[in-house]
Design a protein around this ligand. Structure first.
Ligand code: CP3
Length: 355
């Protein structure tokens, strides 16, 4: 076996010579080469469902920027689709479920899918991606958290207000827990399949955990993510450990509870009080984050200043993976991503060597 990749070392809180880096939504519309393949695919879902094309767009940011980790190209919403919900991605509007879930009687529409059959295209893509990636660049598999998936399945698409799902919290929690339980079972199966087919780490995206009160975050989001963490395979087919990253956007306040789920890495956004959290939990879990993506709109000198600040906040101790606090945006300049990655390499090598 070769050297353990930097990213996997950092997840295990082992010493590294520099901080590994990847970016949420690193493959996407800010890259002209992505737009080309996206056009060729005809639709976003078709891109997700064609392993050769999904592999090509997964590789694009690795080739262009030399990032330390690849994330499989797919979407969190393929899970509700596999459970029987009709999904479309409309140009300029994002995801749409034409027939959202409304009440307990809708639960019978949700099937526990045979994941190998219904989501086999993802597993085929994972195998192709592993074959295409260099040995020192591990592949992250992922799923949405049950709570975040439920927001789309109940609201019918992207929302700013979350009226329907919040109504369900207070008016029909039995229905909501029914949806969350069904999703949790499918996500566990789906992620274990990703591990079997070669995903070397798993990230759970809880994009909307931050809209909940602390008590509701525990009851409707974290509880289900903790069940997922407990039921995932701990090692891949090659015997290597498969770390789990939890990303609840806007939930830095709950880092202690998130770490108690048994996850290996807590992913933080830019609103988190990193110094405080790291001091308290740095011996228990690794951290990922947390640069404000908007820094990428600024000139190089500002990017450097902000990278240095971020590295300093996490400190030189092992257990930091550099990332944005959320995803890349379509109007971001790829040139600035290269600037960012180069600066992270340079500054983190320097600060780790200084120790
Ligand atoms: O990070 C990566 O590079 C891997 C690919 C990835 C995508 N979506 C591709 C994508 C990942 C990890 C996701 C996760 C995802 N999808 C989340 C959680 C993370 C987050 O960003 O908050 C959520 C909430 C979704 C659901 C989703 N998919 C929405 C709301 C949208 C529309 C918004 C938008 O930006 O258009 C998508 C579409 C989507 N997923 C695109 C990409 C590259 C753009 C679609 C296109 O090319 O037309």
């Amino acid at each position: 076996m070769g050297q353990k990749p930097l990213f996997l070392k950092a997840c295990a809180r082992e010493p590294v010579e520099r901080t590994p880096v990847w970016l949420m939504r690193q493959a996407g519309r800010y890259l002209p080469e992505y737009l080309k393949v996206r056009k060729e695919a005809g639709s976003f879902l078709n891109l997700c469902k064609t392993p050769a094309l999904a592999t090509e767009v997964t590789m694009q940011p690795i080739r262009r920027f030399g990032l330390d980790v690849a994330i499989m190209f797919s979407d969190i919403l393929v899970v509700p689709e596999a459970m029987g919900m009709k999904l479309d991605f409309l140009e300029g509007e994002g995801p749409v479920f034409a027939d959202p879930l409304k009440e307990s009687s809708d639960l019978k529409r949700l099937k526990q899918p045979n994941v190998e059959k219904k989501l086999g295209y993802v597993y085929n893509a994972i195998e192709e991606m592993r074959a295409a990636l260099p040995a020192n660049v591990p592949l992250i598999g992922f799923a949405g958290s049950p709570w975040t998936l439920a927001t789309y399945m109940i609201e019918g698409g992207t929302t700013k207000k979350f009226t329907k799902i919040k109504t369900a919290i207070y008016k029909d929690p039995v229905f909501l827990h029914g949806v969350l339980n069904a999703l949790t079972d499918t996500v566990i199966d789906y992620l274990n399949g990703q591990i079997d087919h070669g995903a070397q780490a798993i990230q759970v995206f809880d994009t909307w955990g931050g809209i909940l009160s602390p008590k509701n975050y525990q009851e409707f989001s974290l509880k289900y993510m903790a069940k997922i963490v407990k039921n995932l395979k701990k090692t891949g087919p090659d015997g290597a450990q498969v770390p789990v990253i939890l990303f609840s956007k806007g939930c830095g306040n709950y880092s202690e509870e998130i770490a108690a789920s048994g996850c290996d890495v807590v992913s933080l956004d830019w609103t988190a009080d990193v110094k405080k959290i790291r001091r308290k939990l740095g011996k228990k879990v690794a951290f990922q984050g947390n640069l404000d993506p908007a820094v990428l709109y600024a000139p190089e000198a500002v990017i450097r200043k902000e990278v240095k600040k971020t590295l300093k906040l996490f400190g030189p101790e092992p257990g930091h993976i550099f990332n944005l606090g959320h995803g890349m945006e379509p109007d971001m300049d790829p040139e600035n991503v290269q600037v960012l990655v180069d600066i992270i390499r340079e500054e983190s090598t320097r600060s780790i060597a200084k120790q």
